[in-house]
Design a protein around this ligand. Structure first.
Ligand code: DP6
Length: 361
């Protein structure tokens, strides 16, 4: 049976975790291709916790492309979805399943429509990088379905066109998004710095301060920062290049002291850029600031970093401890100073936080 005939449905399912940047991406030099103004580095989370699961199906009986996110149909007309679909379709290879009588030629992929169903096991657009997991998973799963032969680096540069940070979720462990130099973006892709086994003592705790959708999306926030923030230019040209080198060294040597200092400093500078934007963008709230203060006081009292913090485009804290023992201590402090509010249990089942006055940390 040829691709255009019959009632067959071919499906593939994939799962991609989200990633948390320790050196942030903030600012594009090309909006359409999603090319960043600086390199960034992230750690990919365990897929059992924060991930997207996507099933894609293709059939000659589908009259159009359609997508459902968490069970609700969403429009695929946006340029980002279209770029990912177009780039994957272009690279689709011949596929044959003799038992089912399916034969798809390379050129057939352009005319076959897809249905996509994607689920996040965490709140969408609450500053927990849901688009990173979502687009990485979409590109990976479409690639699997269409028998794409390209390596993860190439797939990452397609996922980048869905959402910049998505390119880093193609790999586990520590990942660098190299900004690239070329105008066509072909060298703006992710590389794995170290796999997930390299530094597996680290424990990452996400304190969901609020699971509400953020008011300013990363996309529009960084556009405003590029247009108005002098600090962004200084950061991209002068600060990040040397910080990236130091972070690579820290990861290679599992040097928590240096890793934590760089992570906190970079998060703080990213939020300083947001404040330097006109009009200013406030992603963190009072609870976020109190969490920073708790960690800073604790780190200071010990003379060396116990825990690192980082905040993306939202108020939720990502806290990184060097081992389980410190993570347990951190949890104790968090539960004491930020007792969970049961009435605010978020959709993903994690409590949101209030705060208790804290003295010594
Ligand atoms: C603060 O990747 O969501 O999380 O490329 O416009 O889709 P678009 O933005 P997005 O931005 C993420 C910004 C960040 C920092 C980071 O993940 O590096």
């Amino acid at each position: 049976m040829a691709a255009s005939e019959g009632q067959w449905v071919l499906m593939a399912t994939g799962r991609s975790p989200t990633n948390i940047a320790v050196i942030k991406y903030w600012g594009k030099r090309d909006e359409a291709l999603i090319l960043p103004v600086n390199d960034s580095i992230s750690v990919t989370l365990d897929p059992d916790h924060l991930s997207a699961t996507t099933t894609v199906a293709v059939s000659p009986s589908f009259p159009s492309d359609r997508m459902w996110l968490n069970g609700k149909e969403i429009s695929l007309s946006g340029g980002r979805f279209q770029s990912c679909l177009r780039e994957i379709r272009k690279r689709g290879c011949e596929f044959e399943d003799e038992k089912k009588g399916i034969k798809i030629k390379k050129e057939d992929w352009e005319n076959l429509h897809v249905h996509i169903a994607s689920y996040n096991n965490f709140p969408t657009a609450a500053g927990l990088a849901s688009s990173a997991a979502g687009f990485a998973c979409l590109v990976f799963t479409l690639g699997k379905l269409m028998n794409v032969k390209e390596d993860y680096g190439e797939l990452s540069s397609i996922a980048r066109q869905g959402s910049g940070s998505a390119c880093r979720s193609l790999y586990g462990g520590f990942v660098k998004w190299c900004m690239g130099k070329k105008d066509d973006g072909s060298d703006s892709l992710a590389v794995q710095l170290a796999d997930e086994t390299h530094w597996n003592d680290l424990v990452i705790i996400i304190a969901v301060v609020s699971s509400k959708q953020k008011e300013t999306s990363s996309t529009s926030g960084m556009r405003d920062s590029v247009e108005t923030s002098p600090l962004l230019r200084y950061r991209a040209q002068t600060v990040v290049p040397s910080r990236v080198l130091k972070m690579e060294e820290a990861i290679k040597n599992r040097d928590f002291d240096s890793f934590a200092k760089l992570t906190c400093a970079d998060s703080n500078q990213f939020h300083a850029v947001c404040l330097d934007t006109s009009p200013p963008i406030f992603y963190m709230n009072d609870t976020s600031h109190r969490m920073i203060s708790l960690v800073e006081k604790w780190n200071h009292s010990q003379g060396t970093p116990q825990v690192a913090y980082t905040f993306d485009a939202g108020p939720n804290a990502v806290l990184i401890a060097p081992n389980r023992k410190t993570a347990a201590l951190l949890l104790q402090k968090l539960l004491y100073y930020f007792p969970p509010q049961d009435k605010d249990l978020s959709r993903c089942g994690r409590p949101s936080c209030t705060s208790r006055d804290e003295d010594t940390g």
